[in-house]
Design a protein around this ligand. Structure first.
Ligand code: ADP
Length: 696
């Protein structure tokens, strides 16, 4: 099928300087933590996006030299010949699939980490970076002399030349996010009174000079782009009006404007979580700067809907759709749209697992198990190896994320029949009620995508409202059984910090687990005092607190962590979630470890052992989960019964094996499907490890 008529605008080629994009999909710079330290992982990851139809595929931030060494963050450095060879690996792989390759040249200035190079930091005016420790480096950066400025300009030129020699089509000079050029552009950092400070024109000089020198060096061969945050929250950026003036100023030197929002301190406004920021939110800002340039603009805005993308391009406000997360969730988004297969698109949920996992050292996705596994495990997002044993009849017990993913993978591999059985009348498992929580509706895309696949796969049958016990499984007639029965929250108040039950919970009028609230619909008396004890720190505690506050309860949230919804500081929704709780009147207690409950009271210790007590009628315990694996244990305890019933193997996956975040339990199911015929499918096969050569 051809693309729908109203999507065709997204498939018109567009020229940027000496290059032409084959369509309007630009896979913009985004971190992976693979960098040039894992060049094959990196090249394969980017190449699959090119194969999936993106017209241009970019690196993450590529540091131009040791004064911007970003270790322990993973930049794709472009300092020397060895780096150039690594970049070439990615460029060639991207070119093989007909896409343009783009490199984002970066200098962090005051924010540069410099842990390996141990050089001093550079800055316009010797003012320390606004990022607090541990995220930002300590110390006062050096004021850049005119000679320093010249040296850094030259390092951008050298990096651009290396990039051109490696084969890049687009050189994108990063002037956003509060890094070095943005520090010069902003009066927050730039207090200079020479020709690089003061007026906007002076503040822009370093960036404009660099663009000019880069253009002179490689502009005949490469399109020149520059990435700019058109607006930041707080004082550390520049205004939207200044952005428009800056665009006019540098326009003759630029073939493509790569626009976004935010800075190092408000990443969440750029990498916006669906929980707090809707798709397309930046369009209003882009509309207001459009008049400043006639050059093409690539704009990001958590794009996921083809209709919204087409509308954004048709309106002329932006010319090219910039996307990172949708390309992570579905590298074949453009291809599927081109073939009119919108129903097969795995929409990004905006859950931001890609960011939290990146920060923990290896980017992964909660929708797409293959992201980052293209090279090391050889997984392709759209292709599955056929099973050798076509007669395998597989029973999957539990249609939560793990069971769903395993069942779909096995069906795609051509198993004769896969039965997916669940006590519930719908698929989705623990995620089904979660998507009804405040702000989490888009997380339902996980279920929607898989439901469509279940419907399409004739060898996969979902059997709802059926609870299986061990005897029923033995009698089922399956050759292989996959147990994906999930986990449940503890009701005894045991936490990761105590490893012991919380004494005295009987003294409270009501004690709830999340399941009792979400699945059972249980509630205390309307309007009473409810305390959510969130010792986990994920999305759930704060979501339940918000839900109960919305329902009119007098809500407190207590956590032993240094901040409420601590994981939200990695998924970037933390600040907005906390401010929403505050606005809803939820009392927040941090750094409090509960030690006992009494008659209508929770007691504990705060920081410095300061005693804590909170009067409450009800407690909601979000502390730790334990696996629901009794079925698995029963089956495995009687090998003879398994043999007698013709069951070759039983596997346990997902939360039933070990309760973990969504991305990990989904990955578990996916891995089992991919490795179903390995010597021991319960144990992951070794993956290819990239290591640096040992040298003398
Ligand atoms: P995961 O996150 O590992 O996928 P979930 O908790 O989301 O796990 O899903 C587990 C699913 O297993 C739930 O939908 C639950 O109804 C189902 N389930 C648990 N025990 C049984 C059983 N004995 N028979 C059928 N379905 C079951």
């Amino acid at each position: 099928m051809p693309p729908a008529d109203h999507h065709k605008v997204l498939f018109q080629p567009i020229t940027i300087g000496p290059k032409t994009l084959r369509n309007r999909f630009f896979n913009v710079p985004h971190g992976t933590a693979y960098g040039v330290l894992r060049p094959s992982t990196w090249a394969s990851y980017r190449a699959v996006r090119a194969e999936g139809g993106w017209a241009a595929v970019s690196t993450e931030f590529s540091s131009v030299g040791p004064s911007s060494d970003e270790f322990p963050l993973h930049s794709s450095d472009i300092w020397d010949d060895e780096d150039e060879r690594r970049h070439k690996l990615m460029v060639d792989a991207v070119h093989d699939h007909g896409a343009l390759a783009s490199i984002e040249l970066h200098h962090g200035g005051a924010h540069a980490m410099r842990r390996l190079s141990r050089e001093h930091a550079l800055s316009p005016s010797g003012l320390a970076g606004e990022l607090p420790p541990p995220a930002g480096p300590l110390g006062t950066p050096k004021i850049m002399t005119v000679e320093d400025i010249d040296r850094v300009e030259q390092s951008f030129v050298d990096a651009a030349v290396r990039g051109r020699n490696a084969g890049y089509d687009i050189v994108d000079v990063l002037a956003g996010y509060g890094y070095l050029f943005a520090q010069f552009l902003s009066p927050f950092h730039n207090h200079r009174n020479d020709r690089y400070g003061g007026s906007l024109e002076n503040r822009a000089r370093f960036w404009v000079e660099t663009l000019s020198r880069v253009r002179d060096a490689v502009g005949a061969d490469c399109a020149i782009a520059t990435r700019m945050s058109v607006q930041t929250q707080g004082p550390w950026g520049h205004t939207l009006e200044e952005s428009a003036a800056l665009i006019e100023m540098a326009d003759p030197l630029v073939d493509l404007w790569d626009l976004n929002v935010g800075s190092v301190l408000d990443w969440g406004s750029d990498i916006s979580p669906s929980r707090v920021i809707p798709e397309g939110r930046n369009m209003d800002l882009f509309t207001r700067i459009r008049g400043a340039t006639e050059k093409p603009i690539v704009g990001v805005s958590r794009w996921t809907s083809p209709d919204s993308m087409a509308q954004a391009v048709r309106s002329g406000v932006i010319d090219i759709i910039g996307s990172a997360r949708q390309s992570i969730a579905d590298p074949f988004f453009p291809q599927k749209l081109y073939e009119g297969r919108t129903e097969d698109i795995r929409e990004c949920m905006g859950i931001n697992h890609c960011i939290s996992s990146l920060d923990r050292g290896n980017m992964a996705c909660a929708q797409n198990a293959t992201a980052g596994e293209e090279y090391r495990r050889g997984w392709h997002p759209e292709r599955f190896e056929p099973l050798e044993d076509k007669n395998a009849s597989i029973l999957v017990v539990g249609a939560g994320p793990a069971g769903l993913e395993a069942a779909i993978g096995l069906a795609k591999r051509g198993a004769e029949m896969v039965h997916l059985v669940d006590s519930a009348d719908q698929v989705g498992g623990h995620l089904r009620p979660v998507v009804e929580l405040p702000g989490l509706r888009e997380w339902g895309r996980f279920i929607d995508h898989r439901l469509i696949q279940v419907d399409k796969l004739s060898n996969l049958q979902f059997i709802p409202a059926t609870t299986l016990d061990a005897d029923a499984i033995l009698d089922y007639g399956a050759s292989h059984v996959v147990i994906a029965t999930g986990a449940r929250w503890l009701r005894n108040g045991l936490t990761p910090s105590t490893h012991a039950a919380l004494p005295g919970l009987d003294g409270l009028k009501w004690v709830f687990t999340p399941e009792q609230l979400l699945l059972g619909g249980e509630r205390p008396t309307p309007g009473c005092r409810v305390s959510v004890y969130d010792a986990e720190g994920g999305y759930l505690g704060s979501s339940l607190a918000q839900l109960l506050a919305n329902e009119g309860y007098n809500v407190s949230i207590v956590t032993p962590h240094a901040s409420v919804a601590a994981e939200g500081d990695l998924t970037l929704d933390g600040p907005a979630v906390r401010s929403s709780l505050h606005a809803s009147g939820v009392a927040m207690y941090r750094d409090v470890l509960l030690t006992e409950a009494g008659l209508g009271v929770l007691r504990g210790v705060g920081e410095f052992e300061v005693p804590f007590s909170l009067e409450t009628d009800a407690a909601v315990l979000v502390t730790m989960r334990s696996p629901v694996d009794d079925l698995y244990q029963q089956l495995m305890a009687d090998r003879q019964a398994l043999d007698a019933s013709g069951i070759d193997a039983v596997y346990c996956i997902g939360d039933a094996l070990s309760p973990r975040p969504l991305a990990e339990v989904m990955f578990d199911g996916h891995r089992l499907a991919r490795e179903f015929e390995s010597p021991d499918p319960s144990s992951p096969l070794p993956y290819k490890r990239e290591s640096l050569r040992l040298v003398d």
